[in-house]
Design a protein around this ligand. Structure first.
Ligand SMILES: Cc1cc2nc3c(=O)[nH]c(=O)nc-3n(C[C@H](O)[C@H](O)[C@H](O)COP(=O)(O)OP(=O)(O)OC[C@H]3O[C@@H](n4cnc5c(N)ncnc54)[C@H](O)[C@@H]3O)c2cc1C
Length: 442
C-alpha cells in the first residue's frame, strides 16, 4: 500500500485529514478517463508518487456506450477497473473519491469518499482530467425526462426505458398511448445521436421482430432532431448528407433546423409542434465537469479550462488540464473533444511532468495528431473523415469495428466484445436485453 493511503485510515471517517507528504513529489491526477489514465501511464518511470482519483471505480470506453444503451453489449464489456493500475504500476495509488474542491494557494484538493468523509490531499503537480457532462443549455429540468448518455448508469437507464416502452405498448388498449410508447425522440444529431438512432432502428426492425404478438416493433417511429442545419456537423457536408440518406433508409426521421422548446412526461415540443413520446434521449451538448471552475482560473463558455500550448493553467504553476476538460487551440482551431485528443494530451502531460521532475524543461508544445473521425450508422455502414480522405460504407464499417476492438481497455474486453459482435452480426440478436428489477423493500 502506498504511503498516501496508509496515512489515511478508515477511522478518520468524517474528519478532515491533511495527508502527510512523503519524500517524493506527488502528482495528483483527477479523473481516470482516457486522459487521466494516459497521464498516469506516462509517469510510470517517474520518481514521483502518483495519486489517481476518480469518483467511479471503473474506466469507461465511451465510444461504445450507445451499444450498452441499445442492449448489444453489457456494461462490463466496455469498462475496466481503474484500481488494476495499482497492480501494474508501483508508483500509482488509486483513490475512489469525488473531488469537491481545489485550493491553489495551499496546493491541496478536497476529495470526498462515501463513508470516509472529506480528505485534503496536497500536490506538487495537479492534472485535471475530469471530462464533460451533458449540457441542457439552461434547461436542466429537461434532464428528468430526457437522460443523457455519459455513464454506464445512464446507458442502463436508457436501455430499460427503450425495452420498457415496448412492454407498455404491448399491454395498453389505447392506440394513442401505444403510438407514444413506440415513438423515440433523440435530441442532438452529433455522433452519439446518429449512432444511437442507427442502432435503435436495427433493434426495432430486426432484433425485436416476432417478439410481440400484439404489436409490431418495426412500426416504431424514431425521430432524430437537431437545431443545426445538418447531422454530424463536425464532419464534411458530403458525409453528413450520406449519413442522412442512410438514416432515412433505416426508417429514422431526421429533422434538422428544429429547436426543442419543451421536454416533459408526454414527449417534446420542437419547432412549435408536439411529438408525443415516452422515450426522449438527450444527445445534444456537453459542458465541462465543475472541477475546472474550482481552479478559479479562466474557463470558456462550456466551462473548460483555458490552457496554454503546454496544457498549463497560466496563472497556476504545476497545474495542468487535459482531455475534454481543457480548451486547447491549435493552428487557430480548437482541439476536438474526442478520445484520441484526450489520450495524446494525457500522455504529453505525463511525459512533461516526468521531465520536469528530472530538472529538464520541455520546449515543444502539445501537438495534436488527428487520426480521423468516425461514426457508425446501424449495421454495415460507417463514415470516416481523415484530412482529405472521406469514405463510407461496409469497408469503413469493418475499419471502425477493427479500430474499436483494438482500442478497448483490456484483452478481456476485446475478446468479449468480439464474441458479442459476431453473435449479433450473424443472428441479429442482442444478449443484453435486460430491464433490471426495481429493488424491493422486503
Ligand atoms: C456517448 C459518447 C460517445 C462518444 N463517442 C466517441 C467516439 O466514437 N470517438 C471518440 O473519439 N470520442 C467519443 N466520445 C468522446 C470521448 O469519450 C471523450 O472525448 C473522452 O472520453 C474524453 O476523455 P477524458 O479523459 O477527458 O474524460 P472522460 O473519459 O469523460 O473521463 C473523465 C473522468 O473523470 C472523472 N471525474 C469527473 N469529475 C470528477 C470529480 N469531481 N472527482 C473525481 N473524478 C471525476 C469521471 O468519473 C471520469 O472517469 C464519446 C463520448 C460520449 C459521452
Amino acid at each position: 500500500m502506498s504511503a498516501m493511503l496508509a496515512e489515511t485510515r478508515p477511522d478518520e471517517a468524517t474528519a478532515t485529514a491533511e495527508v502527510l507528504r512523503g519524500e517524493r513529489k506527488r502528482v495528483v491526477i483527477i479523473g481516470g478517463g482516457f486522459a487521466g489514465i494516459a497521464a498516469a501511464h506516462a509517469l510510470r518511470h517517474a520518481d514521483a508518487e502518483v495519486v489517481l482519483i476518480d469518483r467511479r471505480n471503473h474506466h469507461i470506453f465511451q465510444p461504445l456506450l450507445y451499444q450498452v444503451a441499445t442492449a448489444v453489449l453489457s456494461p462490463a464489456e466496455i469498462a475496466a477497473p481503474i484500481r488494476q493500475l495499482e497492480a501494474k504500476q508501483r508508483n500509482v495509488s488509486v483513490l475512489l473519491a469525488e473531488v469537491t474542491g481545489v485550493d491553489l494557494a495551499s496546493r491541496t484538493i478536497e476529495a470526498a469518499s462515501s463513508g470516509a468523509g472529506v480528505r485534503k490531499i496536497a500536490f506538487d503537480y495537479l492534472v485535471v482530467a475530469t471530462g464533460m457532462r451533458p449540457n441542457y443549455f439552461g434547461h436542466d429540468e429537461f434532464a428528468r425526462h430526457a437522460p443523457g448518455l455519459k455513464s454506464l448508469g445512464d446507458a442502463e437507464k436508457i436501455r430499460a426505458k427503450i425495452l420498457g416502452a415496448f412492454e407498455l405498448a404491448a399491454t395498453t388498449e389505447d392506440e394513442g398511448e401505444r403510438a407514444r410508447q413506440m415513438t423515440f425522440v433523440l435530441v442532438g444529431a452529433g455522433p452519439s445521436g446518429v449512432e444511437l438512432a442507427g442502432s435503435l432502428a436495427h433493434l426495432v426492425k430486426v432484433t425485436l421482430q416476432h417478439n410481440f404478438h400484439r404489436i409490431d416493433p418495426s412500426k416504431s417511429t424514431i425521430v432524430l432532431l437537431d437545431a443545426g442545419n445538418r447531422v454530424l456537423p463536425t464532419f464534411a457536408e458530403a458525409l453528413s448528407r450520406r449519413v442522412t440518406r442512410r438514416l432515412t433508409k433505416l426508417g429514422v426521421k431526421v429533422l434538422t433546423g428544429v429547436k426543442v422548446e419543451t421536454v416533459d412526461e408526454q414527449g417534446v415540443v420542437a419547432g412549435g409542434k408536439r411529438i408525443p413520446s415516452a422515450t426522449v434521449l438527450w444527445t445534444a451538448g456537453v459542458a465541462a465537469s465543475p472541477v475546472p471552475k474550482m481552479l478559479g482560473t479562466k474557463t470558456d463558455r462550456a466551462g473548460r479550462a483555458l490552457v496554454d500550448p503546454f496544457l498549463k493553467v497560466v496563472e497556476a504553476p504545476g497545474v495542468f488540464v487535459v482531455g475534454d476538460a481543457a480548451s486547447v487551440m491549435q493552428n487557430g482551431h480548437p482541439v476536438p473533444g474526442v478520445a484520441q485528443a484526450a489520450i495524446q494530451e494525457g500522455r504529453y502531460i505525463g511525459r512533461l511532468i516526468a521531465k520536469e521532475l528530472k530538472g529538464r524543461k520541455v520546449k515543444r508544445p502539445f501537438s495534436y495528431f488527428d487520426k480521423g473521425n468516425m461514426a457508425v450508422v446501424g449495421k454495415n455502414y460507417a463514415v470516416l473523415e481523415r484530412g482529405w480522405l472521406r469514405t463510407s460504407g461496409f469497408l469503413t464499417w469493418l475499419v471502425w469495428a477493427f479500430v474499436h476492438i483494438l482500442s478497448l481497455p483490456q484483452l478481456q474486453n476485446r475478446l468479449r466484445v468480439q464474441h458479442q459482435w459476431l453473435w449479433f452480426y450473424f443472428t441479429g440478436q442482442r444478449s443484453s436485453r435486460l430491464i433490471p428489477e426495481q429493488p424491493s423493500d422486503a
